[in-house]
Write a protein that binds this ligand. Structure first.
Ligand SMILES: Cc1cc2nc3c(=O)[nH]c(=O)nc-3n(C[C@H](O)[C@H](O)[C@H](O)COP(=O)(O)OP(=O)(O)OC[C@H]3O[C@@H](n4cnc5c(N)ncnc54)[C@H](O)[C@@H]3O)c2cc1C
Ligand code: SF4
Length: 524
């Protein structure tokens, strides 16, 4: 456990204002005048990738400025109500929709800690065959290999306390998944998470009020500030400026009346870690004109399925996501996992209207909910429109077939676990009453519009490669044709990975930033 956390864990949280170094955090929402600042490195984004980069750079003794578009919502101020949490910590309250055949919400955090603050803290390592393919098919030439990643994963496991969900945090929504998988011979396991003693409140999506989820807002960001970094919150990085081909300045805007400006001089470099949706826009606004920029975007479209039991499930008790199965990752290209939802979000998944719908909602205690993420083959694009980053993306027919197959497996598991009814929110699908009804899935539509799907695992919009005609980021993590402009988030991944991405994003950022530290550019 980190020194900072150990010292504070009894009565303070690491993000409490009074335990952070004085003058280390500047709230852009209250700024009145323009500000100029200077540091060795500027990191854009404070999420999985940005938090990791800031920590590695500040630990190496460099001065670091972190620019984060969202506010810092402190652990003490986390709300258990979904609406205020989504309003303050989710980008566009979770209403940013994809453009394409099916409009799907793009779920992202927009706050200090980025999506890690509002995610379920699942820590999976990328499957080895995915990284092998990056090297054989996408020209990574040994830049990121399984062997190279291993010590970085090990370091993250140790510092962020990656461990399987404990017995006391399991809860019924998770344990019945385990029972069903065992009976059907489906390989499944407890989820490993960034876990400092989960209190089983099933409310990771609104931020952990107990401070037991080791997200960036509680770990690498405070740790970087203790090592001298400075953080501007509610501050949107607009573009990067260059001098003699070297990135040497970030121009940003405070989210305050009158939009005063922040100008930061970067003596050694700029690390862009704003996510696979926002990073391409920043690069485009900075004048990067590479063909692959914004293209080859990939995702893991996700959906979930509720069911009704005749005994108490009480999914509000337990780790939000406690059990999962990778059994079908290679054969079916999908992963299944438990997902406890609060009533407000479960409501979105329930079929029917009026009194029938209300009856289902009132049965919340008896409901379970399990989810599916598909390793989709489809590629999309990130486009910039009036300053917004638009995701143009649709799952292919074959991706929807994978989703349909996965939902059939989940339905079967639910009945084996004792469900009385399974409630698909898929156009044309009836409520399923027994195993005999599973055949309905065989005729379920292959149109993505028929499914309630969202995306939160995002990749590939500034992919890495050695050829500037087909990639954006070079093998030294610098954008082709520039110096000192680094990308560290999953935009650089050549493909999606089939499992929850945070751990791999952090390991790649840890590796990439360690390379910067080993071979720093001279000061400008
Ligand atoms: C609800 C939810 C649950 C999830 N659950 C899991 C899970 O359990 N395990 C897992 O592995 N993955 C999970 N994920 C995905 C995972 O959280 C993300 O893949 C990961 O956090 C992405 O890391 P990132 O650094 O690229 O982006 P983020 O963590 O999203 O951070 C990017 C940050 O950059 C900021 N930013 C963007 N543009 C600008 C700008 N112009 N100027 C300044 N700042 C900017 C954003 O506000 C944001 O804070 C989940 C995602 C969501 C939304
Ligand atoms: S489930 Fe555990 S980690 Fe998630 S919010 Fe509750 S106590 Fe925190």
């Amino acid at each position: 456990m980190s020194v900072e956390y150990q010292r504070l864990s009894t009565d303070r949280f690491p993000d409490d204002v009074d335990v952070l170094p004085a003058n280390s955090v500047f709230n852009g929402a209250t700024m009145v005048d323009d500000v100029t600042d200077i540091a060795d490195y500027v990191v854009i984004g404070s999420g999985a990738a940005g938090g990791t980069s800031a920590k590695v750079l500040s630990s190496a003794g460099y001065s670091v400025i972190i620019i984060e578009e969202g506010p810092w919502v402190r652990t003490r101020n986390f709300s258990e109500d979904v609406y205020p949490a989504m309003k303050t910590m989710f980008r566009e309250m979770g209403t940013n929709m994809t453009m394409g055949r099916a409009a799907m919400p793009v779920m992202q955090g927009r706050c200090v800690g980025g999506s890690t603050t509002i995610n379920s803290a699942i820590a999976w390592r990328v499957p080895g065959n995915v990284v092998d393919r990056w090297n054989t098919d996408f020209g990574l030439k040994g830049t990121i290999t399984n062997k190279e990643l291993e010590p970085h994963f090990d370091e993250l496991d140790r510092t962020l306390i990656v461990q399987p969900v404990a017995d006391k945090a399991l809860g019924r929504n998770n344990s019945i998944f385990a029972e069903a998988a065992l009976r059907l011979g489906i390989q499944a396991e407890r989820i490993k998470r960034y876990d400092a003693g989960c209190k089983a409140s099933a409310s990771c999506l609104t931020g952990c009020r107990s401070g037991k989820k080791f997200s960036m807002n509680l770990t690498f960001i405070p740790q970087s500030l203790h090592r001298g970094a400075r953080l501007y919150t509610s501050t949107r990085a607009r573009k990067i400026k260059f001098r003699y081909g070297r990135a040497n300045q970030v121009q940003a805007v405070f989210q305050a009346p009158g939009a005063p400006k922040l100008t930061v001089h970067a003596r050694r470099g700029v690390v862009v870690a704003a996510s696979a949706v926002q990073t391409p826009g920043i690069l485009k606004r900075s004048g990067i004109k590479l063909d692959a920029l914004g293209r080859h975007f990939q995702a893991h479209p996700g959906t979930s399925l509720p069911a009704l039991f005749d005994h108490d499930i009480s999914m509000q008790i337990g780790a939000t996501q406690g059990f999962n199965s990778l059994h079908f990752v290679d054969s079916g290209h999908f992963k299944i996992e438990t997902l406890s939802l609060p009533p407000e979000l479960l409501a979105v998944r329930l079929p029917g209207v009026g009194p029938e719908f209300m009856k289902k909602l009132l049965n919340y205690r008896y409901a379970s909910n399990w989810a599916l993420v598909v390793r989709a083959e489809a590629e999309g694009q990130i486009r910039s429109l009036f300053g917004r980053d638009i995701v143009q993306y649709s799952p292919s027919t074959s991706d929807v077939a994978k989703m349909r197959h996965g939902l059939r497996i989940i339905s079967e598991m639910m009945f084996v676990a004792g469900a009385k009814e399974v409630w698909p929110s898929v156009t044309g699908m009836p409520i399923l009453k027994s195993l005999d009804d599973l055949h309905y899935w065989d005729d379920a539509p292959l149109d993505p519009r028929a499914y309630g799907t969202m995306i939160s695992h995002l990749f590939g919009s500034a992919r890495m490669g050695s050829d500037s005609r087909s990639s954006v980021v070079g093998l030294d993590f610098q954008v082709h044709g520039t110096r000192g402009l680094y990308v560290m988030d999953s935009s650089l991944f050549p493909t999606n990975i089939g499992v929850n991405p945070q751990h791999t994003i952090m390991a790649v950022a840890h590796l990439g930033t360690t390379r910067i530290v080993e071979r720093p550019l001279p000061c400008m």
